[in-house]
Design a protein around this ligand. Structure first.
Ligand code: HBI
Ligand code: FE
Length: 293
C-alpha cells in the first residue's frame, strides 16, 4: 500500500485502534447508488470468473443490490460462519494496527465509497474494495484461518524487518490471487474481483505472466500498486493457503536474505509457467496509455 496515505496517528473521532463508527444511516442515496452500480456490474461479470468460495460468500452475506451494507448486519452472519467481523476505518491504517486487527479476526474496511468518476480505479481501499472484494472470502474457513495467520505473521515480520517480503505474499494471494479449478482459472484476489477491468484482464489478457504459486518465488517478486499486475500467481486449490501457514518463515526469511529480487515480468528457472505473457499492456504504457486512447 502507498504509505503516503497513512496518517501518523488516528484521525479525530477514531479510536486508538483506528476504528470509527460506520455511520450507516448517514450514507447518501448517491453513495448507495455508487455501490449498486459497482455491485451490479460485478455480479453480472463474475459467474465463471470468481471462484466458488467467493460466490458462496457473496450469497451467504446477502450483499444485495440495495446499497452499501450495514456492517452490523454482515457481522451477525460472518461471526457465525468463521468468527470474523468487519470494523470501519477511515482508510489505510499503519501496518502494525492492520496486522493486529487481522490477528484478532477483525477486517478493517474503509468506511467511505469512491466517487462516481472513480468507478474503475482508485488507489486507496474503499468500502466496495474491502467489503465486496475481501469479505466474501472470509466466510470460507480455510481462507479465514489464512488471513488470521497472515496478521500474526505480519506482526512477526515487522519485528524481523521482513515486511516487504510478507507484503508481497498478501499482494499476490489476498489481493491478486488466481486459483486453478476443473473448469479453468478462477479469481479469489480482492483487488481483481472488485475491479471490472481487471476481472477480465487477469483471466483473459495475453499480457501478464501466470505462474504456479511458490512461496519463496512470490516473496522475491515486486508488484504494481498503480496498474494491472504484470504477473499473477496461481494456487492449485484453497488448501495451498493452509499449507503456507505451516511453513517455517524464519528459515524462509534466512534464505531470502541471500536471494536476489526478481524482475516483475521475469520468468525464473523452476517456475511452473501457465502463461508466458507478452507484457504488451505494460509495454504500451498500461492504464494511462489506454486511458489516453
Ligand atoms: N490498512 N485499512 C487498511 N487496509 C489495508 O489493506 C492495509 C492497511 N494498512 C497496511 C496494509 N494494508 C499493507 O501495507 C500491509 O498488508 C502490509
Ligand atoms: Fe485490499
Amino acid at each position: 500500500m502507498d504509505a503516503l496515505h497513512i496518517l501518523p496517528e488516528p484521525p479525530p473521532g477514531a479510536a486508538a485502534d483506528w476504528t470509527i463508527d460506520q455511520g450507516w444511516e448517514a450514507y447518501s442515496q448517491a453513495e448507495h447508488d455508487v455501490w449498486i452500480t459497482l455491485y451490479e456490474r460485478q455480479t453480472d461479470l463474475l459467474p465463471g470468473r470468481a471462484c466458488d468460495e467467493f460466490l458462496r460468500g457473496l450469497d451467504a452475506l446477502d450483499l444485495h443490490r440495495s446499497g452499501i451494507p450495514d456492517f452490523k448486519r454482515i457481522n451477525e452472519e460472518l461471526q457465525r460462519l468463521t468468527g470474523w467481523s468487519v470494523v470501519a476505518v477511515p482508510g489505510l491504517v499503519p501496518d502494525d494496527v492492520f496486522f493486529d486487527h487481522l490477528a484478532n479476526r477483525r477486517f478493517p474496511a474503509g468506511q467511505f465509497i469512491r466517487k462516481p468518476h472513480e468507478l474503475d480505479y482508485l488507489q486507496e481501499p474503499d468500502v466496495f474494495h474491502d467489503v465486496f472484494g475481501h469479505v466474501p472470502m472470509l466466510t470460507d474457513p480455510t481462507f479465514a484461518d489464512y488471513m488470521q495467520a497472515y496478521g500474526q505473521g505480519g506482526q512477526r515480520a515487522l519485528g524481523l524487518g521482513r515486511l516487504t517480503n510478507l507484503a508481497r505474499l498478501y499482494w499476490y494471494t489476498v489481493e491478486f490471487g488466481l486459483m486453478e479449478t476443473k473448469a479453468g482459472l478462477r479469481i479469489y484476489g480482492a483487488g481483481i474481483v472488485s475491479s471490472r477491468t481487471e476481472s477480465i484482464f487477469a483471466l483473459d489478457d495475453p499480457s501478464p505472466n501466470r505462474i504456479g504459486f511458490d512461496l519463496e518465488r512470490v516473496m522475491r517478486t515486486p508488484y504494481r500498486i498503480d496498474d494491472f499486475q504484470q504477473v499473477y500467481f496461481v494456487i492449485p486449490s484453497i488448501q495451498t493457503l493452509q499449507e503456507v501457514t505451516l511453513q517455517d518463515f524464519g528459515a524462509l526469511y534466512g534464505r531470502l536474505a541471500g536471494a536476489s529480487e526478481l524482475g516483475i515480468a521475469e520468468i525464473a528457472g523452476g517456475d511452473r509457467v501457465i502463461t508466458a505473457g507478452t507484457q504488451a499492456y505494460a509495454k504500451a504504457g498500461g492504464r494511462l496509455a489506454s486511458a489516453a486512447g
